[in-house]
Design a protein around this ligand. Structure first.
Ligand SMILES: [Zn+2]
Length: 234
């Protein structure tokens, strides 16, 4: 099927990690207000995006990002950092924050929150399954020599997606790095700021400044870039 006669605007929405463990009241790594963005995200999912993706952080119990898997005293969730060496290339290292256990495969905490209208989701992409590396981005781990990548890049390319709209949790971690990789993959990338929630609200200005350098555009759900999707015929 050729669609080359149409304009080059085939948008996807990527809902990042809207999971129980990232939301109050019971999430092990709850982000304040995480559940509150679900109605807005459901509204966005009602728009005629060509592809609607939800991602899930999906860790084994022995994942390297869990503070519980590291020895004291440098194993305090939220506070401690570890240096992760690329298992495929020891010259590559990443300093990474440690977290409480979260989104363990098969647990209720790893499930998408019930408020999210899953009937509107076309594809669910799991990430973070490789215990050896942190993976904030829903595309791949951060190492130049990639250790673990998801199906997201191929899924978007196979669908001839041109524009990617990023929403979800958390503004300053998984949405940030997903948007960054989206831009690096060549997609026109939008970050719908009011449809995300941060771990650290004071970090949002830095996130915006950093991502804009890589070509990511920060917008609001009422911005014209969203109206452009709304005006597509479904
Ligand atoms: Zn994680």
């Amino acid at each position: 099927m050729s669609s080359s006669n149409t304009t080059s605007f085939k948008p996807a929405i990527v809902v990042v990690d809207l999971q129980n463990d990232f939301c109050p009241p019971n999430g092990s790594l709850a982000v304040a207000g995480g559940r509150d963005i679900a109605p807005l995200i459901n509204d966005l999912l009602s728009l005629p995006f060509a592809l609607k993706v939800a991602t899930k952080d999906f860790h084994p119990q022995d994942h390297i990002s869990f503070a519980s898997n590291h020895p004291a005293p440098d194993n305090k969730p939220f506070e401690s950092f570890v240096t992760i060496t690329n298992p495929l290339n020891s010259s590559e290292t990443e300093v990474s924050r440690l977290w409480p256990d979260h989104c363990v495969q098969g647990t209720p905490g790893s499930e998408l929150i019930e408020e999210l209208d899953k009937n509107k989701i076309n594809v669910i992409i799991e990430k973070g399954q490789d215990k050896r590396v942190e993976m904030y981005s829903a595309f791949a781990d951060p190492f130049p020599t990639t250790v673990s990548s998801s199906r997201l890049g191929k899924t978007l390319k196979d669908a001839d997606i041109t524009h990617v709209y990023c929403v979800g949790i958390a503004t300053d971690y998984c949405v940030k790095y997903t948007a960054l990789d989206s831009a690096k993959e060549g997609f026109v990338t939008y970050f719908i700021e009011d449809a995300t929630k941060p771990v650290d609200p004071s970090a949002v200005d830095d996130v915006r400044n950093e991502l804009q350098k890589f070509g990511v555009t920060f917008i609001q759900s009422q911005s014209e870039e969203v109206q452009k999707v709304r005006s597509l015929t479904g």
